[in-house]
Write a new protein. Structure first.
Length: 285
């Protein structure tokens, strides 16, 4: 019997998962090196969608210490990752301090600064000798390039292809964009995203939003809202030019398929269910 690979991958979400990476991984705190290693692991705690990094404890350039501050309350952001699924996975907005496996929280201490509870030592024999570091607490390099948002997932791919299909975006019966020059972005286990030239978007109906998010594959996203709709907040986005990998979509505008009426070659598309179905969902993808 054939096996659908996405079913296999999604079936592992309740588990603690890891994968070695061959990249040189460096982290610093306030300009002080914390680790420099070629032996890092990518770690997905149970229910987590995106990975973070674990490093060999013996290669740390900082000290680990018992926490000096009490554990803070961490709000969960549960999401459904596919149609019909229960909202049991945790989107990237759920902070590092919400651990979903057994282990010990620790402070990371350098000569000049302390990162409270920024390390986690999992109680798992396959991860013995490793500590997981809070991505948001440090500045990170993969080889000699900055990484933002979270480490890139080796099982997650982004492909961009030019298309001449007719694409219309509407909301509440109002057309917001119409093009036959979109760039189609295909991303693992996510809906196709349609990136539209600004000349084909009715920007006069949109207003710029202060919201900014980051994607480790594409860069920093800036947002637009459609103020004439209650569903129009942070409805569209565009990426900056920091990553060559995403050059085909630089300066183009995409709308959340989950929250607009998207018509492709005359066929109205169903609205997919993803973590981005709600206006306060995670950053654009």
């Amino acid at each position: 019997m054939a096996t659908r690979l996405s079913t296999v991958l999604l079936g592992t979400f309740p588990q603690l998962r890891y994968e070695p990476t061959a990249k040189r991984i460096r982290a610093s705190l306030g300009g002080i090196p914390v680790v420099d290693t070629l032996q890092a692991y990518l770690i997905w705690e149970p229910r987590r969608i995106t990975p973070i990094l674990a490093v060999p404890e013996q290669e740390l350039l900082a000290e680990l210490a018992a926490p000096t501050l009490p554990a803070a309350s961490v709000e969960e952001h549960p999401v459904a990752i596919r149609q019909g699924a229960a909202p049991t996975s945790l989107d990237p907005g759920t902070a590092f301090g919400k651990h979903t496996c057994a282990g010990e929280e620790l402070d990371v201490v350098t000569a000049t600064r302390t990162a409270p509870r920024a390390a986690f030592r999992p109680e798992d024999p396959d991860l013995a000798g490793y500590v997981v570091l809070d991505f948001g607490a440090f500045a990170w390099l993969e080889d000699d390039e900055e990484i933002i948002g979270h480490p890139r997932d080796p099982f997650h791919r982004v492909d961009i292809r030019a298309s001449s299909v007719d694409v219309e975006v509407a909301l509440d019966g109002v057309s917001l964009a119409n093009t036959n020059g979109a760039q189609l972005l295909y991303e693992t286990m996510l809906p196709v995203r349609y990136y539209i030239p600004p000349a084909d978007v009715r920007l006069e109906l949109l207003e710029e939003s202060p919201k900014r998010t980051v994607c480790p594959y594409k860069g920093q996203a800036s947002y637009w809202s459609y103020p004439d709709s209650g569903q129009g907040r942070n409805l569209a986005w565009s990426y900056d030019r920091r990553y060559r990998d995403a050059a085909q979509i630089h300066g183009l505008i995409s709308f959340f398929n989950e929250r607009v009426d998207l018509t492709v070659d005359g066929v109205l598309q169903p609205r997919p269910v993803t973590p981005w179905s709600r206006p306060d969902g995670p950053g654009a993808l």
